[in-house]
Write a protein of this length. Structure first.
Length: 30
């Protein structure tokens, strides 16, 4: 049952990275 928590954590990290990438694309750093 621990594998479920691990997969969830990886999903959360992936979502954060994707969100950050989208934000960077929408608002490029100057």
């Amino acid at each position: 049952m621990k594998s479920e928590g691990r997969m969830r954590g990886m999903d959360a990290e992936r979502a954060v990275l994707e969100q950050e990438r989208i934000t960077a694309v929408r608002q490029p750093k100057r």
